[in-house]
Design a protein around this ligand. Structure first.
Ligand code: SF4
Length: 294
């Protein structure tokens, strides 16, 4: 089988940076590292990091108190994830007796900065994103209590009166065409809305590469990444929109050789939190499957 790997498959720079920061403490500085929730949404990589002394002590949404009651090491450092946190969470982390290092992705930091700047000038913030996702929870903290997460046209129609100062941003991992459609709809109601397309470059590259693989005439897509990884699930959704068979898998163990032998050429991509070793395993395993059109 011919395997075509997307150029952008795998870690984005923000995730890579957060992992490097944690590893620098754990491996070079030899300090136990705690993370406020899973450092990345990939259980295989989390297992690997745990073996290196990097341990998750917070909850998925970075909202509950840290679980530091047992085995707390005085030399430990807490790393804030690439998703970022709200100002309230930062205050809480500063209030407990532990060193912490902020590994928020600068792209997320830039969104937070735009929200904060406008909120201080009295703007209402509309965030295109999943209100339960830690990134959106963190960003909401910068709206000065005047923010609304939305995901659909119906969500926009259900908003209360927003006044004449409205700013719209996006969670960094959303679809560009959805953001355009929703911001256009919001502008019909509030023509002066200040719109920032804050979908990050890494997300746009991954989404664009689905079209690149499609144009290379692949016959199916394999999308690798955690079932809880928002950007991986979105990549799989986008791949399915091409009407080609799409397989979202977490590891090479989920490959069905008989099923995959139907295809001569397969496109492989992976979410921003999928480690290289998992992508290589999948590509290697697919490459040895013989095409059997029967
Ligand atoms: S997906 Fe984008 S915003 Fe999120 S960590 Fe990666 S580079 Fe940063």
């Amino acid at each position: 089988m011919i395997v075509v790997r997307a150029r952008s498959a795998g870690f984005c720079w923000g995730v890579e940076r957060a992992i490097d920061i944690a590893r620098d403490f754990a491996n070079k500085g030899r300090r136990p590292v705690y993370t406020d929730g899973p450092l990345i949404h990939n259980s295989q990589m989390m297992d690997k990091l745990q073996a290196e002394g990097i341990r998750e002590v917070g909850d998925f949404q970075s909202s509950a108190d840290l679980n530091l009651d047992t085995n707390k090491d005085e030399n430990a450092v807490l790393v804030v994830r690439a998703h970022g946190i709200s100002p309230e969470r930062r205050k809480y982390l500063k209030s407990i007796d532990i060193d912490f290092k902020d590994a928020t992705c600068p792209d997320v930091g830039s969104v937070a900065g735009k929200i904060r700047l406008h909120a201080k000038k009295g703007y209402t913030t509309v965030i295109f994103g999943d209100k339960k996702h830690p990134e959106v929870i963190g960003l909401m903290g910068y709206t000065e209590g005047n923010g609304h997460p939305i995901q659909t046209i119906e969500d926009i129609d259900a908003l209360p009166e927003l006044g004449d100062k409205v700013v719209m941003v996006s969670q960094t991992t959303m679809f560009t065409h959805d953001f355009e459609e929703l911001s256009e709809h919001l502008r019909k109601k509030y023509p002066e809305t200040v719109v920032f397309d804050t979908i990050c470059g890494a997300t746009k590259d991954r989404q664009g590469d689905i079209a690149v693989l499609f144009n290379e005439k692949v016959e199916a897509f394999v999308v690798i990444g955690g079932n809880h990884s928002a950007n991986t699930c979105k990549l799989a959704l986008l791949a399915r929109k091409t009407n080609l068979p799409t397989f979202h898998i977490e590891t090479a163990k989920e490959i069905d050789p008989v099923e995959m032998s139907r295809f001569r050429k397969v496109g492989v991509t992976a979410g921003a939190s999928t480690p290289e070793f998992l992508i290589n395993e999948v590509c290697d395993q697919l490459a040895v499957i013989d095409h059997d059109p029967a």
